[in-house]
Write a protein that binds this ligand. Sequence first.
Ligand code: GUN
Length: 287
Amino acid sequence: MPAQTIDGVALSKQIRGEVAQRAAALSALGITPGLAVLLVGDNPASQVYVRNKVKACQEAGLHSVLETYPAEFGEAELLARIAALNADPTIHGILVQLPLPRHIDEQRVIEAIAPAKDVDGFHVASAGALLVGRSGDEAGFRPCTPYGCMKMLESIGCDPRGRHAVVIGRSNIVGKPMALLLLQAHATVTICHSATADLAHHTRQADIVVVAVGRRHTLTADMVKPGAVVIDVGMNRDEAGRLCGDVDFDGVREVAGALTPVPGGVGPMTITMLLANTVEAAERSAR
Ligand code: GUN
């Protein structure tokens, strides 16, 4: 029997409905949750992402501002914009779209965002809260993509407790926080990466596999334990120009128990959890 497909569009719709209700409740108190999105340069993929983020805000009843700057925009000017937004009471979340042009120090920019407005969850304060197991309560924010992956597991009743989870990829945005969230949910976690000697040896033991590499066919059917839950964070194009993930969907579907598609899987969930974090930030500001 082919694997269950975990529909990120349907789950997003449900969660965005809940987020919109929370936003409306805050707006009734005179606090409309606000997100500022900053884009530097003309990376076409980033332009699509930020447009989608702003549109999603509008649909959920959040206030949003999009600031776009040319590729030559200076780091000092960007830091000054962030300082102004940190002090702006109508803005509860600040997102600087990555990657930034090479002349700008990404980490310095991220650290300039007030931790209370770090809805991307990339600030060291958020990363530290996640490391000590406090993320999502009063302290810090969960990075949106791994947070969305956890919601997808929850949506099919997959409790990571006692399961063996293998995360492929060790980025600060996905792999590392994903591993920590799974650990916080009591999974036994293995992190694999480009220097892992025998990837299939690890993935074949996994009850849950999260693939966040950025390379097609990183996970094929022969690497998957029957019945495993597979989450595909990849976003690539095949030779025909079609969107595809890191997982060989057609092959793995015959072995896995559940699987996320690309497109229509993790992608929409990332924006959904950004909205959820922004509303959370506004709720905290009202306490
Ligand atoms: N670039 C790719 N993914 C992301 C993300 O989740 N947030 C930001 N700020 N930039 C990104």
